[in-house]
Design a protein around this ligand. Structure first.
Ligand code: GLN
Ligand code: ZN
Length: 763
């Protein structure tokens, strides 16, 4: 018999119950007990949802983040919260977000505001974890209270529990040594705590523990690979069985190590590492279980079950009871329940599977493997019909789009002249001063804007009324910018709820869910649009708004678009063609918009690529391939314009050290980036690489309510001028201003414009 299990379940709740419970608690509007009760209910419900499986995960639930949970289990709290009094959960929130509940804080005087833990992306997902903090003196001590509580609940509910923990090597790898000490020196100190935890599980009668070591899919040096051997040798005497879980990629040169570790089973991601299944099956010792992640835990598509059985059946023949099946990774990265969707088009809906449906698929696969395909013939036939309907749907396949993709050649992404010639022509037209000032696109999303949008969506405001309301906002932001004395203006993006959704909604080939929420961090969720078909642009998407904005001013107005790579990276995308193909399709569609803006007389066009960097593959050896098509997609989008049209791009970071050549290759005339918080330190990349075009290093940290002073801005720009010739520098904020209030934006931009004037006097 094949064994079914799950690596983790989305904890936010089908209706985002956890989000709302957390936020209510933080506002001081509910009690800690009420919050804990919501957590308990969600865990109970999610175990019930997984009742059909042979093992359900326990310990995958977290009030904020599973890595932070692990830090608490290991007794690794940052020094600054060590002395805190009061409830454990409140301290947990203090580390997570700098504070716990408003008003309800037992110890707000002594244990109030503290620096929140640093957050960073969980591998190549859009989930963010709280980075464990270490230094040379870090010690660990076991606090199993969270797991005790959840295992007791699971046992009372009759759950076949498989505790889930993050393994010692990945835990250390994911953290940060604040004093730059060697993190691996902590391994001998952390292993006894893991051993004690495993013994505790044994005492609870637990049979299997899932120990996550996802860093095995990254490039590890010899030291880290050796750490795996040390760690698992040290834990091999424990009596509980260990299922070592890897996911998100291929093991490659870590495959041998992974297969040789003294554990009782290995889980591999058979979506990303399908080619490694046979190798691992051959190399694992005869006593070890092989768990294959046969269902994609990161997307929203139905699995082709018959195709999966084609390779699972022979594997089952070879391995027998040693074969386990599961989703490829924790289902944290998928929405909960497709059945919640009432507005999704029925055809498209029939192609999709959210977390609950993925678990149903798993049960069908197990049925077919254990009792033959005939035993689940109905389910398999229905699945085959859905797969075929998607494969052959004219809504997915648009021959005109495919033909356009086939016609792409190198000339398409190439501008007529090099930057120096273009810059001269643009300067003659735009006539900008030295250190020109601009902003990144959005202005505050005020209550009035949100009100008008929700009225429009509810049908209480007609299209003309909505348009008028947005135009009022555009006029307002244009007037403010003129009063501030900015040089290149923006329309303010009032009409955009989200920089990807706005375009997705107007492109053919996109669908939208109502409840397709995925946790991004803490209580924050995103609802990625679903890119299901060949992409085309039925009509212009932004031209009317920009034309209106331009009509309100004599200053140059920037057209404002989201680039293809960012749209791709923030969507659920097709699994039936390479990501690069979807990206090129988006590029062709946005290119048409760029050309329409140019035709409408727009002289400056910004194409945001906020998410270009986050699409980088986990392994550096695969970066080039990604960068090649990502940069080419941007170039196709941007570079069809005349020399006179100035192309800007914007990125929400400036860690360019290893990709600066690709950034330069995009050949935008101007790039604006985020640099203010790093005190321009991040411009290091520009020391070693002579970036050829213009740059606007951000001088205003828009994530903070603080107003940057004139002097501070001048200092930052002077630092920037040490690395980039002053005549190629722009002055602008780090990012868009939509989350700020006008009362903050006006004084900050006043100082920014004054700083630019000061700088001009010096040249
Ligand atoms: N143009 C967008 C804005 O200003 C850019 C947002 C982003 O980079 N994330 O809001
Ligand atoms: Zn940004």
């Amino acid at each position: 018999m094949v064994t079914t299990h799950n690596l983790g379940f989305p904890r936010i709740g089908a209706k985002r119950e956890l989000k709302f419970a957390l936020e209510t608690y933080w506002k001081g509007q509910s009690s800690r007990d009420e919050l804990k009760a919501t957590g308990k209910q969600l865990r109970a419900r999610h175990w019930e949802n997984q009742a059909k499986l042979d093992f359900a995960p326990v310990g995958d639930f977290a009030f904020y983040d599973q890595v932070l949970d692990m830090s608490f289990t290991l007794g690794n709290l940052p020094e600054r919260v060590r002395g805190f009094h009061g409830d454990r959960l409140d301290n947990y929130f203090r580390v997570a977000r700098g504070r716990s509940a408003h008003g309800a804080e037992d110890h707000s005087a002594c244990c109030g505001g503290v620096a929140a833990g640093e957050m960073t992306k969980w591998f190549d997902t859009n989930y963010h974890y709280i980075v464990p903090e270490f230094d040379a003196a870090t010690n660990f001590s076991l606090d199993p209270s969270r797991l005790i509580e959840q295992l007791a609940e699971a046992s009372a509910a009759g759950v076949k529990a498989k505790p889930v923990i993050i393994g010692p090597v990945s835990y250390l790898w994911l953290g940060k040594a604040k004093d730059d000490s060697d993190k691996l020196a902590l391994l001998p100190r952390i292993l006894p705590v893991y051993a004690a935890l495993l013994d505790y599980f044994t005492a609870q009668g637990i049979e299997w523990v899932q120990i996550d070591e996802p860093v095995l899919v990254t490039e590890l040096d010899a030291k880290w690979r050796e750490a795996f051997v040390t760690a698992y040798d040290a834990l091999s005497a424990r009596r509980v069985r260990l299922l070592l879980a890897t996911y998100f990629g291929q093991l490659k040169d870590n495959l041998e190590v992974a297969c040789q570790l003294p554990v009782d089973g290995l889980h591999i991601d058979a979506i990303n590492a399908r080619d490694e299944v046979a190798l691992v099956a051959a190399q694992l010792p005869d006593s070890a279980v092989l768990s294959v992640g046969a269902i994609n835990g990161r997307n929203i598509w139905k699995t082709d079950l018959n195709a999966a059985l084609e390779w699972l059946e022979p594997l089952h023949q070879t391995l027998g009871d040693r074969l386990w099946i599961a989703p490829s990774c924790s289902l944290l990265h998928t929405p909960v329940d497709l059945n919640s969707e009432q507005k999704l088009d029925a055809g498209i809906k029939s192609w999709l599977a959210f977390a609950l449906q993925k678990l149903d698929e798993l049960t069908v696969l197990a049925g077919a493997l254990n009792n033959g395909r005939a035993s689940v013939a109905g389910a398999l036939a229905a699945n085959a019909a859905a797969i075929e309907s998607r494969r052959s749907s004219p809504r997915v396949h648009n021959p005109a789009v495919k033909a356009a993709i086939a016609r792409i050649d190198a000339a398409l992404g190439k501008r007529a002249s090099g930057y120096p010639q273009r810059a001269e022509k643009q300067a003659a037209i735009l006539n900008l001063p030295a250190f020109p000032t601009t902003t990144i696109g959005s202005f505050p999303q005020t209550g009035e804007i949100r009100h008008a949008r929700s009225q429009f969506k509810a049908g209480e405001l007609d299209a003309a009324g909505y348009k008028a309301a947005m135009e009022r906002e555009i006029t307002r932001s244009v007037k403010e910018q003129e009063a501030l004395g900015l040089d290149v203006l923006v329309h303010g993006e009032a009409e955009r709820n989200d920089m990807v959704e706005y375009f997705g909604e107007q492109l053919d080939g996109y669908a939208f869910s109502q409840f397709g929420w995925v946790q991004s961090y803490g209580s924050r969720c995103v609802k990625p649009p679903i890119l299901f078909g060949d992409i085309s642009r039925p009509k212009a998407m932004t031209v009317e708004w920009i034309k209106y904005a331009q009509s309100q001013t004599a200053k140059p107005m920037k057209g404002m678009l989201t680039g293809p790579v960012t749209i791709l990276n923030w969507s659920f995308v097709r699994d039936d063609q390479p990501r690069s193909t979807s990206c090129y399709q988006l590029a062709l569609a946005i290119r048409e918009e760029v050309l329409d803006l140019e035709k409408a007389g727009v002289r400056v066009i910004q194409i945001d690529e906020a998410a270009l960097r986050e699409g980088l593959p986990l392994r550096k050896s695969q970066w080039n391939e990604y960068l090649q098509w990502a940069v080419e997609s941007f170039r196709i989008t941007a570079n069809g314009v005349k020399d006179e049209t100035q192309i800007h791009t914007h990125m929400c970071y400036s860690e360019f050290n290893d990709i600066i050549a690709s950034i330069a290759d995009m050949d935008a005339d101007v790039i604006t980036i985020e640099t203010s918080r790093s005190d321009m330190e991040l411009l290091d990349a520009f020391d070693h690489f002579n970036y050829p075009n213009e740059i606007g290093p951000g001088v205003y940290d828009i994530h903070s309510p603080n107003i940057p002073s004139l002097d501070h801005i001048v200092q930052l720009m002077k630092k920037a001028a040490e690395r980039i010739p002053a005549e190629r520098l722009w002055v602008n904020p780090d990012c868009g201003l939509k989350t700020r209030a006008w009362e903050e934006v006006i004084p900050a931009l006043t100082n920014m414009v004054a700083a630019a004037k000061t700088l001009r006097q010096a040249v």
